[in-house]
Each structure stands twice: as structure tokens, then as C-alpha cells.
Design a protein around this ligand. Sequence first.
Ligand code: AP5
Ligand code: ZN
Length: 217
Amino acid sequence: AVLILLGPPGAGKGTQARRLEEKFGLVQLSTGDMLRAAVAAGTDAGKAAKTVMDAGELVSDEIVINILRDRLKEEDVAKGAILDGFPRTTVQAEALDGLLAENGQSVNAAIAMEVDDAAMVERISGRYTCAGCGEGYHDSFKQPAAEGVCDNCGSTEFKRRADDKAETVGARLEAYHAQTAPLIAYYDEKGQLSRVDAMGDIDAITAKMTEMVESAI
Ligand code: AP5
Ligand code: ZN
């Protein structure tokens, strides 16, 4: 199965993708994580992406589609994927349909996570992740059970993203509304869209999304 999580920065795409990945045995594919890995590795794509990401704008379709095309060729994706942060433009959505068709796959469902913009600034500026396993945390909403120790892997190192500064979050929200929000209509017209209110409790949202996925796959 192939699922798409649509939603603005901070909507909880990464948080929910990690939970659904475990529940359904699918692979989380985050183009944001892939781009950050390319930046860290210093590849040509990473160098081109870094300035754009730091400004809160979208990286070119060409770079992102190439990264995703390579990832989709890897064996583990055959069991199905949860796309988190891709597609983000109509060009990417059309490219995705073509790439999946090459593997005999297609989109089962696109879930639009609906949230208030104002709350996103708070969610994003308080966010940090475990450096060991990538588990997500938040200064006010989700702290490790033991202070400074990851619940999941026991690591004591955490990191914050360079683009999570309050001034960059505004640009990221703007890019979302201008370039990505039109995909809600794109998937609605194809009959593949479900909407979820993503403002509540994280576990309650996982429960609602689990039901949606069960009926879509
Ligand atoms: P990307 O890494 O995709 O970031 P994003 O879309 O901005 O999304 P986030 O990771 O910020 O948020 P999320 O929805 O995953 O929320 P999370 O679960 O972490 O992209 C980064 C950049 O890369 C882009 O700006 C662009 O430049 C580039 N890029 C990536 N893909 C691209 C593409 N396809 N095309 C072009 N450019 C691309 O949750 C946020 C916080 O809130 C966490 O702390 C979490 O614990 C907390 N939280 C989650 N749910 C709740 C809840 N229900 N209640 C309270 N707190 C919650
Ligand atoms: Zn960890």
C-alpha cells in the first residue's frame, strides 16, 4: 500500500508516519529527512538544497523527484510506503503516479491533516528529536519519561532543526499554502482523499488515522 500524509509544517506528519509505519509494516519515506541527509553528506543535491531549506522555501521539483526515484528502487519499499512531505507540488504528484506505476503500485489514500496555522509555530519552535533514533519530542507537549533520555533508544543526545526558527516557520507555512495545499483538491478529485482533524491529542489522532488506513488498504 502507498499512503500520503498531507499537511503544513508541524501538522504531525512525521509523528504519525512513524506510528503507522510500525502498525502496518510500511516504510516511512520523508523527503525532508532525505534532503537533510544529503545536506549532511555534502552531495551536490544537498549543497543546492541547503540554502533553499534554510529560507523555508521548497527545493526544486527536479532534485526532490530524483531523490525519491532512487529511494523507491530500494527493496524494502516493495512492502509499501507512507510518504511524509512528498508530494508537495502538482508536478511532484504527477511524477509520483508515474514512478509508482513503474513498480506496479498506486496511491491508496492521501490523508490531509487539518490544523490551525497559529498552533504550528508553537509546535515547531518547541520541537527536538533524538539523535540516536529520530524519535520526536517537544518542549511542552512530549518530553521523555526520564529527563534527557530517549524513551525509545536510551540515547542522551538530541538535536533541533536549522529551519525550526520562528522567522523561517512563517515562510514554510506560506510555501505550504501556495504550493502544497492545492494537492488536497488534486487527491479529492481522484477520490483518494481523507481528512483528519489533527489538532487534538497525538494518540487520538493516531487512532483516527489507523481506522482510515485500515479501510484504505
Ligand atoms: P520537512 O522535513 O518535510 O518538514 P515540514 O513539512 O515542514 O514538516 P515538519 O517535519 O516540520 O512537521 P511534521 O508535520 O512532520 O510535524 P512533526 O510530526 O515533526 O521539510 C523541510 C524542508 O525540506 C522544506 O521546508 C523544504 O525546503 C524541503 N522539502 C522537503 N520535502 C520537499 C518536497 N517534497 N519538495 C520540495 N522541498 C521539500 O510534529 C511537530 C512537533 O509537534 C513535534 O515536536 C511533535 O512532537 C509535536 N506534535 C505532533 N503532533 C502533535 C499534536 N497532535 N499535539 C501536540 N503536539 C504535536
Ligand atoms: Zn532515541
